[in-house]
Design a protein around this ligand. Sequence first.
Ligand SMILES: Nc1ncnc2c1ncn2[C@@H]1O[C@H](COP(=O)(O)OP(=O)(O)OP(=O)(O)O)[C@@H](O)[C@H]1O
Ligand SMILES: [Mg+2]
Length: 305
Amino acid sequence: MAEDAAVETKGLSKTYVDFLGKREVKALRDLNLTVGRGEIFGLLGPNGSGKTTTMKLLLGLIFPTRGEARVLGRPAHDVQVKHRIGFLPEESYLYRFLNAEETLDFYGQLFDIPRKERRRRTDDLIQRLGLESARRRPVKEYSKGMARRIGFAQALINNPEVLFLDEPTSGLDPIGSREMKDLILALRKEGKTILLSSHLLADVEDVCDRIAILHLGSLRKSGEVRDLLHLKEILQIRVRGLPDAAREKIARIIAEHSGELLGFDHPSETLENLFLKTIREHPQEDDQGMHRPEWDRRADSGGSS
Ligand SMILES: Nc1ncnc2c1ncn2[C@@H]1O[C@H](COP(=O)(O)OP(=O)(O)OP(=O)(O)O)[C@@H](O)[C@H]1O
Ligand SMILES: [Mg+2]
């Protein structure tokens, strides 16, 4: 196994059997995967393709039927590793009557973090996840997006080296999801390794260095996002202010050189950018316990977006 890998699986397989031992589900088949330290790695695949199963195996929450899973050079079920990893489950199970501060303090206690340090981290995470106004509100009152944020903060309380995020942007509005992506990118800058799963392909494309696509428990494709999406055989020329007449000339030159002109077109804005710009045109503090996004505040202070 590679020494410097943050996460590694070899022939990892999981077959679930129902309690009568009659029905088997081959949830994961022979998965070989390596995630390097400091990488953001995305697990993609349709419903039931084995993403959550892979995460649970890596967290040592379930045992493989065959194969091996290692995290930070140790077997996934090793207790020593648990202190060095963070996990955002598909659905966070939070104590409904605790507020944000109490929730984070509680999880900090589970990791034996001293009181003063727990306070510092709780304050830092509340601020980082934009939960200031929800600090003293019980979790049961949270919207889906707020619950996702507190779940994320909880995953970060032990300052983990490796983070497992099962659908981190699910249920978030475009602003929340942009912030979550920015946070994930910032965490990589701090040297953390992140393994995430998602159905939102645009989100994966935005943040992941490498991806793996699972289907029916098998790995179908993996590699660097850039390489996988790069259309090497097509050359794109982008110009501004070109007169129409010049287009005809260009078309002729392409034909002379036996190239195939696929068309002249205008690039599009991404829907995410359009949405964020539209909201930004009407900035206002809201009263729902959500804070103004980072980019919105930057705009006030005259910074660039
Ligand atoms: N505890 C379990 N007992 C029996 N079968 C299970 C169990 N957990 C998962 N499965 C089955 O294993 C397969 C993979 O499930 P998994 O939850 O890993 O998929 P997923 O890729 O995370 O899907 P989703 O996108 O819906 O979250 C599915 O067929 C699922 O029904
Ligand atoms: Mg899942």
